[in-house]
Each structure stands twice: as structure tokens, then as C-alpha cells.
Design a protein around this ligand. Structure first.
Ligand SMILES: Cc1cc2nc3c(=O)[nH]c(=O)nc-3n(C[C@H](O)[C@H](O)[C@H](O)COP(=O)(O)OP(=O)(O)OC[C@H]3O[C@@H](n4cnc5c(N)ncnc54)[C@H](O)[C@@H]3O)c2cc1C
Length: 303
């Protein structure tokens, strides 16, 4: 493995990279052991170069944004974790914003507000990047990426081509897109079509959404947001509360007292603790409600 990593580093040229990176530093859960190498491309070209270098060597890799919907393994990751958080190109033209996949979603919403563009207020406070949000169809407070996305660009790791797709081709539904099923596609950036409005009105809506988050979500602890997708006709937080599971812990992982849909890291939680807690909730909910919960958080195993 050591030789492969060294060859990979040679193939990266000037692209920033770091060996033996603790993945807890790349995830909002603050959980995860060491990755063999983390790569930090700043442009689409650098991202594509890194992927091509990994593929040439048969090196396993995964592309992440801000790691706010991810649970890394306690043993880390064998291969390369490619973190897109530095790909922050941003361009405003009329009512359209073009953003690189690493633009923080909250920064995008703030920029839209400053430009007097409405439509991304729901995004203010979602701690992911544009790429992760486009993949997950991130949403909140009645809005979602699918409401404002016009097109996205992706790199097809199978054909080696860069492709642009329009809204319809994203096949958007709740927390799901065409990218959820096509892991060979890496989102490079997206165009959002917004509506002209007053900057102060958009800023006020952003703040209102942020305040709602602060009052309902355990933002004072590391987490990966809602653990489960919302099942049709139910609210996970309410079911967890009714089952008296709020505050239940395994090791350092706890079901939040503030929001039953969140698992928080109270300090020193392992991925194993979180996975055990997830299984416990799934089992209790199934027994009581006959509902099979679906995880929203992605678990990334060591190998
Ligand atoms: C406190 C808190 C609150 C949250 N609130 C919300 C909310 O209100 N609504 C909501 O929808 N989500 C919420 N989330 C979850 C999370 O922020 C979103 O799912 C977000 O869109 C994930 O973006 P990310 O950049 O962190 O993606 P990551 O977690 O890094 O990745 C998520 C998935 O997308 C893939 N991916 C990332 N970038 C790319 C790319 N460029 N190309 C291809 N695949 C890629 C990854 O491989 C992974 O499978 C919350 C999370 C936290 C911690």
C-alpha cells in the first residue's frame, strides 16, 4: 500500500495532500480513524487529476464535501479521501449563481441574500457544500435543492468526460437524486436560478431559519444532522420521543435530548457506538410502529 500511495502522490504534482489524516477532522460528527491520504483539490482540473491518478493505480477513493452527512469508520479509510471543500468558485450573473462543489451551502445562501436573490433561504444553516447538497437534494423549511437547481456539471469517472445535465435529468425526490444511484459521477458544480428580491428581506428569512435551527437542533454538539430519512406519514423525532428514547446513550453517542432525530457525539463516541444506537432505534421503531427506517447518514467503511 505504501508504494501505491507514494506513486499516487507523484501523480498529484502540486495538488495539496496530507498522509495519515484523522477523518474525525473531516467530519462534523468528529468521528473516524486515519485515512491513508487526504487530497484537497482547488479546481475541477485538480479533482479530475486526483481521480485519474487513483484509478490508474487501482487505489480506492471517495469524494466528500464537508462531511456533514457521513459516518467514517473507527479504523479510518484505506485509500484516498478527496475533500472538495476548497473548490469555491462562485459567479453571479443576473438571477443565476454558478457555484463550485466546495462552496459552503450557507455561504451560497448568504451571497444570494447580499445580491438580493431569493430561493436559497432554506439552505442557510445547512452545514454541507454545494456538491453534497446537490447529491442529497438537501432541504429544510419547505425548500430543497430541487426547487432552485437549474443544472449541474459532473465528471464521469467511467468515460472520463465532463457532462452538464439539466434539472429534469436529476430525477429529484426527497433526499435523493440521480447521483445517489450513480456513484461514478462526481459533481463539479451547479447553477441555481433564483428570483430577484430585496436583500434585507432575504437576509431576514435566512436569520429566521437559522434561529429556528438553533432552537430545535443540538448545534452545540458534533453530529451529522438527521440520522434517518423522514418516513411517509411519520416524524422520526416524535416516534423517538414517544418511545422515551431521547437521551439514550451507547458509549459516547447519545440520542439528542433536544431533537430525537439527531445522534450527537457527547465526547469520544466511536462509529461503533453510533451504529449500535442506530440499530437500537431501528429495532424499537419497527417493533412499535412497523416502520422500517432508512438511514440518511452515509457510513463509509474502512475497506
Ligand atoms: C447540524 C446539521 C444540520 C443539518 N441539517 C440539514 C437539513 O436541514 N437538511 C438537509 O438536507 N441536510 C441537513 N444536514 C445534513 C447535511 O448537511 C446535508 O446532507 C449536506 O447536503 C451534505 O453535504 P456535505 O458537503 O457535507 O456532503 P458529505 O457529507 O461530505 O457527503 C454526502 C454524500 O455526498 C457525496 N458527495 C459529496 N460531495 C460530492 C461530489 N462533489 N460529487 C459526488 N458525490 C459527492 C459523498 O460521497 C457522500 O455520499 C445537516 C447536518 C448537520 C450536521
Amino acid at each position: 500500500m505504501c508504494n501505491v500511495i507514494s506513486e499516487f502522490v507523484s501523480g498529484l504534482g502540486e495538488i495539496k495532500q496530507e498522509r495519515d489524516v484523522l477523518l474525525s477532522s473531516l467530519s462534523t460528527f468528529k468521528i473516524g480513524g486515519p485515512a491513508d491520504i487526504a487530497v484537497y483539490p482547488e479546481t475541477s482540473e485538480e479533482l479530475i487529476t486526483a481521480i485519474k491518478a487513483a484509478k490508474r493505480l487501482g487505489l480506492r477513493y471517495t469524494v466528500i464535501g464537508n462531511g456533514s452527512n457521513i459516518l467514517f469508520d473507527d479504523k479510518g479509510y484505506r485509500g484516498a479521501v478527496i475533500s472538495t471543500g476548497r473548490m469555491r468558485e462562485l459567479k453571479v450573473e443576473g438571477n443565476r449563481i454558478t457555484a463550485g462543489c466546495g462552496v459552503p451551502f450557507t455561504a451560497l445562501a448568504a451571497r444570494a441574500a447580499a445580491e438580493g436573490l431569493s430561493g436559497l433561504e432554506f439552505a442557510y444553516g445547512i452545514p454541507g457544500c454545494v456538491g453534497g447538497a446537490v447529491v442529497m437534494n438537501a432541504g429544510a423549511y419547505g425548500g430543497a435543492v430541487s426547487d432552485v437547481l437549474e443544472s449541474s456539471d459532473y465528471y464521469d469517472t467511467l468515460s472520463g468526460e465532463t457532462v452538464t445535465i439539466g434539472h429534469a435529468e436529476h430525477c429529484y425526490r426527497y433526499r435523493h437524486s440521480v447521483y445517489s444511484d450513480a456513484k461514478e459521477r462526481v459533481v463539479l458544480g451547479a447553477v441555481f436560478a433564483l428570483t430577484h428580491s430585496e436583500p434585507d428581506a432575504v437576509k431576514a428569512k435566512n436569520e429566521e431559519n437559522m434561529n429556528a435551527r438553533r432552537s430545535k437542533q443540538p448545534l452545540e454538539y458534533p453530529s451529522a444532522g438527521s440520522v434517518f430519512k423522514r418516513p411517509e406519514g411519520y416524524f422520526v423525532g416524535k416516534m423517538v420521543e414517544d418511545l422515551a428514547l431521547k437521551g439514550f446513550s451507547v458509549g459516547g453517542a447519545q440520542i439528542s435530548e433536544k431533537h430525537g432525530g439527531f445522534i450527537i457525539n457527547r465526547g469520544g463516541a466511536s462509529a461503533g457506538d453510533v451504529l449500535e444506537l442506530i440499530r437500537h432505534i431501528e429495532e424499537k421503531v419497527y417493533r412499535e410502529y412497523g416502520v422500517r427506517l432508512e438511514c440518511e447518514i452515509m457510513y463509509i467503511p474502512e475497506k
